[in-house]
Design a protein around this ligand. Structure first.
Ligand code: NAI
Ligand code: MG
Length: 498
């Protein structure tokens, strides 16, 4: 059996070490020695106890980041040196990819195949991509008139707080740290309380490769009334970058008003995944499955609303349910697992609440809709679930479920589907499956979302910007666009008049 056995766990010894906060280059206990536990979603066992950062700890971390920004070697360091550090970090992470993948799977639950072959390589490439940016940040000279020599400087924003979720713990850390460090900021990272482990292990690599103390601080702990909230309110934080729930996003914006810190938000989604009758149906079936079941549906850009043109509906549903019923559900550490547990008990309850809502509103439950019994009963598992005959006004078509629950909505015309696609509060992503390039590009332009995939789904690259329209947030991560998030532009006027 290809399950990773306990003796093969590369992170086994590391799990036993104390999990502290990284402040000013040192690993320290939380104030009062407080800790919280993080559990394995596959079996509900405690994996480790982790320092529970308080408001005071967040404040200490901000002070360290400020000192490192104003006084440390970081600001004076040549961009090429910053690049070397980021490349080194990427290399060290790559060397330990197996260990990190296991740790991610233990803490988050996701299938090891995904953590090893998606999260890890993407995180490594994100650091590499942004390492390249260190030496490419440039200002401009602007010819105003002969009396002035005028130029712009692109400067770091300063001290950045980065609050990240649990669905891609390490990858979200890479998306946040990569550009912030490339641009010369210092930062405080607050990992999600459900999945703090890979960020802490990354913190060790950050210290090892030689980032100066205080440049990266890591405060594990909770959000409301705790480290997360303290960071978003902090008067000496220049920018907060957040990924998570739309409701939390609103709180972050409110908390930012004290010092009007800059905010970027990557929030929820309810993506339309639109399949026309002229599409490659087998490819679209696979795309629908990846679209909703990848990472147990805990993906902000998940294709949770599958729009099927009526003439292919029956054929498509037969193929879809056939494949989904054969998906192997199990612990993430089993190499054969295709769908693992949800991240937490809370998320399972939330998802099951949506399943009930779907049934109540009259959607047709085609498969799943329950929790597996037997060996998996201890873990936070939900069977892959499909609702057919969904109407776009139903709760399951409007709200982000963030679980393995697909809503299928039949449609009859381009006009109808175009209208329905945008009838949600979110606008993070969407997809179109068709062989007709006119239809594809028309819809790509029409869909109000930051990403549109044509004849594919969930494709990512650090070079390509990602972010939301509407209530999916603002600001673009990845690509050159995240340089905007982490820099300020200064105009300098020099009087050269005779
Ligand atoms: P959340 O938005 O509450 O948590 C994300 C991060 O924000 C965590 O690090 C958390 O500690 C922090 N946080 C929470 N409240 C905060 C506050 N008041 N101030 C500062 N930081 C705070 O998300 P949660 O509760 O874990 O999940 C609930 C729902 O959010 C999910 O069911 C899903 O719909 C959505 N979600 C969306 C994500 C995305 O990638 N867009 C990621 C995670 C959750
Ligand atoms: Mg929350």
């Amino acid at each position: 059996m290809a399950v990773v056995q306990e003796r093969e766990l590369l992170c086994k010894d590391w799990l036993k070490t104390p999990k502290k906060l990284l402040i000013d280059g040192k690993w320290v206990d939380a104030q009062g020695g407080k800790t919280f536990e993080t559990r394995n979603p596959a079996d509900d066992e405690v994996l480790a106890r982790v320092a529970e950062g308080s408001k005071e700890d967040a404040d200490k971390a901000v002070k360290a980041a400020r000192k490192a920004y104003e006084e440390g070697p970081w600001r004076k360091m040549a961009p090429a040196e910053r690049a070397r550090l980021l490349y080194k970090l990427a290399d060290e992470l790559e060397k330990r990819a197996d260990e990190f993948a296991q740790l991610e799977t233990l803490d988050n639950g996701k299938p090891i195949k995904e953590s090893r072959w998606v999260d890890l390589p993407q995180a490594v490439e994100t650091f590499r991509y942004y390492a390249g940016w260190c030496t490419k940040l440039e200002g401009e000279t602007i010819n105003v008139n002969s009396n002035f020599f005028t130029y712009t400087l692109r400067e770091p924003v300063g001290v950045v707080a980065q609050i990240i979720p649990w669905n891609f713990p390490l990858l979200m850390a890479a998306w946040k740290l990569g550009p912030a460090l490339a641009c010369g900021n210092t930062l405080v990272l607050k990992p999600a309380e459900q999945t703090p482990l890979t960020a802490l292990r990354l913190g060790e690599l950050i210290c090892e490769v030689g980032f100066p103390p205080g440049v990266v601080n890591i405060v594990t702990g909770f959000g409301p009334d705790a480290a997360g909230e303290a960071l978003s309110k902090h008067m000496d934080v220049d920018k907060v970058a957040f990924t998570g729930e739309d409701k939390t996003g609103r709180l972050i914006v409110q908390a930012s008003t004290g010092n009007l810190k800059r905010v970027s938000l990557e929030l929820g989604g309810k993506a339309p995944n639109i399949v026309f009758a002229d599409a490659d149906i087998d490819a679209a079936v696979k795309g629908a499955i990846t679209g909703i079941f990848f990472n147990q549906g805990q993906v902000c850009c998940a294709g949770s609303r599958l729009f099927l043109e009526k003439s292919i509906h029956d054929e498509f549903m037969t193929k879809l349910t056939d494949r989904v019923s054969k998906m192997r559900q199990g612990p993430g550490l089993d190499e054969k697992t295709q769908i693992g547990p949800q991240v937490s008990r809370e998320q399972v309850e939330r998802i099951m609440g949506y399943v009930q809502a779907g049934q109540k509103e009259g959607a047709k439950l085609v498969c799943g809709g329950e929790r597996p019994q037997g060996d998996l009963a201890k873990g936070y598992f939900v069977k892959p679930t499909i609702f057919d005959g969904v109407n776009n006004n139903m709760k399951i078509a409007q709200e982000e479920i963030f679980g393995p629950v697909l809503s299928v909505l039949p449609f009859s015309s381009m006009e109808e589907v175009a209208e329905q696609a945008n009838k949600v509060i979110f606008g993070l992503s969407g997809a179109v499956w068709t062989r007709d390039i006119k239809k594809a590009h028309k819809l790509a332009a029409h869909i109000k979302a930051g990403t549109v995939w044509i004849n594919c789904f969930n494709v990512f690259d650090p070079q390509v910007p990602f972010g939301g329209y509407k209530m999916s947030g603002y600001g673009r991560e990845l690509g050159k666009h995240s340089i905007e998030l982490y820099t300020n532009v200064k105009s300098v006027w020099v009087n050269v008049a005779e």
